[in-house]
Design a binder for this molecule. Sequence first.
Ligand code: COA
Length: 182
Amino acid sequence: MLQGRLVRLRAPTRDDLPRLCEFNNDLEVELAGGGDPPQPQALERLRAEFDQRVSSGGREGASFVIETDGRCIGQCALFNVNATAQTCELGITIGDKAYWGRGYGRESVTLLVDYAFRHHHMHKVWLRVHAANARARRAYAACGFQEEGRLRAHVWSDGRYDDLVIMGLLAEEWQQRHTAPA
Ligand SMILES: CC(C)(COP(=O)(O)OP(=O)(O)OC[C@H]1O[C@@H](n2cnc3c(N)ncnc32)[C@H](O)[C@@H]1OP(=O)(O)O)[C@@H](O)C(=O)NCCC(=O)NCCS
């Protein structure tokens, strides 16, 4: 659906689930991604959740698989949509570690943010990231996200506390970055 130079963002299908399950059971990927403490995840559970979402027809937010060369390498999404303020949260995981640090995340975030502003008329896209996740923070900053705040020693991850950093990008900042000078 959204085509970049390196990646294509498209709807997740049931066929993606074994690959996504692999990623969800990779401790390093899970710890980097933040959120709830890592838990073993059965493919059956992932299938049941997928089927439930499809049958309930829920359309809150937008979820994409990140594909390159016909292969699913991760997923990304817009969620926590606030229809009044026109804000949404962004999340991304490249689960295939062979693709870390090679620009795939940056391009996926760029496509997703462009989608949020262009097609959903969002005012702001924001995200949460662990302070220790230098790779993610650098990729987000390269896309124009700014640090807006920090909750000190707020998350417990891998046996220690870490700060939770909030980053945000406003529509006008995005437009300025993508409008060629006259
Ligand atoms: C975070 C993530 C989406 C970033 O995507 P990516 O494709 O790896 O990142 P990119 O290559 O686009 O950009 C990474 C930047 O960090 C730099 N970098 C790479 N490894 C790094 C490291 N270990 N420490 C600090 N910086 C690092 C890269 O050089 C690059 O910056 P540069 O282009 O200015 O040199 C991806 O790594 C990922 O999904 N990781 C696992 C889950 C996760 O962390 N999710 C985010 C949760 S908020």
